[in-house]
Structures are given as structure tokens and as C-alpha cells.
Design a protein around this ligand. Structure first.
Ligand code: CUA
Length: 339
């Protein structure tokens, strides 16, 4: 039994270590967390295998013979065995707890020169505020290799701020500030997700974290501080509008073919120009759309609620960005209905 258990444990551990459990490593924390997981696997697999081996062995070896109807032998316990099976797990679990505590203490340690980012979760979008730079954004842009201290808030219900590539996950709780620290060490785009069921749009509460070289990040900060992402001379206004639509998280709740958005939390925005005329006779389409972005309860489409959409896009987006977005939404449907 012991031999079978040992062989099965070794095979089980080897299989487990072959499986690619984790997403890309995007932070200095990721490596330590993945190692911790591997250690947990190496310890857990033999425990599982040994318990199953004993159980299966007993089922086969002590099975009642045909016709045998008497009671089994009455066993009152075995002190030696009980001491062994309490002591060994106690040592294993205590050692893992200490190891886990050391890793946690290490990855959460305060660093010098931290970039502070205020993260705010609300149904159904994240927004990011850089108090040291005086910048607000719907896209999380971070310089590579600089420690970041996230201060996390929620406006309405519980959310959970999670960038799987960074590994660190922290609840966003209304009324209090929670914290987490990460040092991104790989450039690239990584999904930001919400890991706490927070309502109908929970699954679509996804944005992007972009880790870029320091100089690129500084340029981004400068640009955000100035005009925002209004289309520059020669830039395609449709592409600019589409980018704002996605980075601001509109796609989390609305359907819009041009932006590959299919969510149905809020009204469908295809053919918005025609709909705008129908819904609010008298208001011009542009005002209707602008007002609906800045002050969602102003006009509520039948079948939807006015307080589902965050009411602060007027602060999150610059006036130029809102212009671009309005023109984009109207321009698309005009082109479609005209063509
Ligand atoms: Cu926010 Cu789930």
C-alpha cells in the first residue's frame, strides 16, 4: 500500500507541476505566489493520494465475503496511530502557514518611490486616479519596474480589484479604503477584472492595464493632463471614438457592433441617431447623447433604470473626449442608416 501510494504521489506531483496553472507573470509578486502554489501542490498531492490509497485498499481488503453477515471486529482506537495522524498534519499546516505569512509579508511590503493609484470600482467600471500626477483615467497605465500602491475604493457595492497577471487581488468595499501593492515588471496589456459578483454587469467589468516604459508613461501623463484623448489633426475620429468607448468601459454595458461590444446591461447603441430622434422629439440628437453620457437619469430608455450607469463620466472624460464620443456614436449610426 505504501509503495503504491509513493509511486502514485510522485506521478501526481509530476503531472501537477507540468500543468500551466497560471496566467502570464506581470509583477515581481507573481513569481513568489506561483512558487507558493507549487509548494502547496507538492504537499497536497501526496496527502490526497495517500488518503485515497488507504481508502481504496480498505474497500478491497476488508470487503464482506459473500454470505458473511456478522458484525466487524470492535476496535476501540489506537493511541499511537492517532498521535501520528494529528502531529504530522499539524506540522505540515503550521509550516505552510508560516511560509504563507512570510511570502505575504514580503509581497505586501512598502517600497520607496511608490506610485499611488486610487482605484474606484462602481457598477460596472473601474476608474483610476493618479493623485501625484493629477490625472484621472479609465485605463490603468503603469510604468514598468516602479512599485505601485493601489488604494482601493467602491462607490456602490462590493467589487474586487484583480489583475490576474499581477496576482494580487483586493476587495473594494464601500466606505473604507483597502490597499494592495504591486511592482509590474513586464511590459504589455493585461486584463483588469472584477472578482466579486456585483450585479448584472459583473462579467463585463473588464478593462485593460497597460504596462509601458517609463518615458512612454510620462508622455501619457503629460497628454492626460492636457487635452485628453481628443482626436488630433489627421487622426481618424472613428478610431478615436472607438478607443474612448472601450477605454471608458462603455463596452461593459452597451452593444455596439463597431466596437465589438455585445453587453446588454444598458440600451443597444447601434442606430443611436435614429433612436435619439424618436425618443426625445425636440432635443437635438447631439444634446440627447451628451446628456445621456453626463447625466444618465436625464433620459431613461423604457425597460432600463436611470441609476445603473455611473453618473460621473462628465468628470472621468474631458469635454473633448465626450465630444469625440458623441460624434462617434452618432456618426456611426448615420453612416449605417444612410448607407
Ligand atoms: Cu464589480 Cu463584479
Amino acid at each position: 500500500m505504501l509503495t503504491i501510494g509513493l509511486i502514485a504521489s510522485v506521478i501526481g506531483v509530476l503531472i501537477c507541476l507540468q500543468i500551466d496553472w497560471f496566467p502570464t507573470q506581470g509583477s515581481t509578486q507573481a513569481d513568489k505566489i506561483d512558487t507558493l502554489y507549487d509548494v502547496l501542490l507538492i504537499v497536497s498531492v501526496p496527502v490526497f493520494v495517500l488518503v485515497m490509497t488507504v481508502a481504496i485498499y480498505c474497500v478491497i481488503a476488508f470487503r464482506a465475503k459473500p454470505g458473511e453477515r456478522g458484525d466487524g471486529a470492535h476496535i476501540h482506537g489506537n493511541t499511537k496511530l492517532e498521535i501520528v495522524w494529528v502531529t504530522i498534519p499539524f506540522i505540515i499546516v503550521s509550516a505552510l502557514a508560516v511560509y504563507g505569512w512570510i511570502v505575504l509579508d514580503d509581497i505586501e511590503a512598502k517600497k520607496t518611490d511608490e506610485l499611488v493609484v486610487n482605484v474606484t470600482g462602481e457598477q460596472f467600471a473601474w476608474s483610476f486616479d493618479y493623485p501625484q500626477q493629477d490625472v484621472t483615467s479609465n485605463e490603468l497605465v503603469l510604468p514598468v519596474d516602479r512599485p505601485v500602491h493601489f488604494k482601493i475604493h467602491a462607490k456602490d457595492v462590493l467589487h474586487s480589484f484583480w489583475v490576474p497577471a499581477f496576482r494580487m487581488k483586493q476587495d473594494a468595499v464601500p466606505g473604507i479604503e483597502t490597499n494592495t501593492r504591486v511592482t509590474p515588471n513586464h511590459e504589455g496589456s493585461f486584463p483588469v477584472v472584477c472578482a466579486e459578483l456585483c450585479g448584472i454587469g459583473h462579467a463585463t467589468m473588464r478593462q485593460q492595464a497597460r504596462v509601458v516604459p517609463v518615458t512612454e508613461w510620462e508622455a501619457w501623463v503629460e497628454e492626460r493632463r492636457g487635452e485628453g484623448a481628443a482626436p488630433e489633426e489627421g487622426e481618424d475620429p472613428i478610431a478615436a471614438g472607438r478607443e474612448i468607448f472601450t477605454s471608458a468601459g462603455c463596452n461593459a454595458c452597451h452593444t455596439l457592433d463597431d466596437a465589438d461590444a455585445t453587453s446588454q446591461v444598458g440600451p443597444d447603441l447601434n442606430q443611436l441617431a435614429a433612436a435619439a430622434e424618436d425618443r426625445q422629439p425636440g432635443t437635438n440628437a447631439e444634446e440627447y447623447v451628451r446628456e445621456s453620457i453626463v447625466d444618465p437619469p436625464a433620459f431613461v430608455v423604457d425597460g432600463y433604470s436611470g441609476d445603473t450607469m455611473p453618473g460621473d463620466f462628465g468628470d472621468q472624460l474631458t469635454p473633448e473626449e465626450i465630444d469625440t464620443l458623441v460624434q462617434y456614436l452618432l456618426g456611426l449610426s448615420q453612416t449605417e442608416s444612410g448607407g
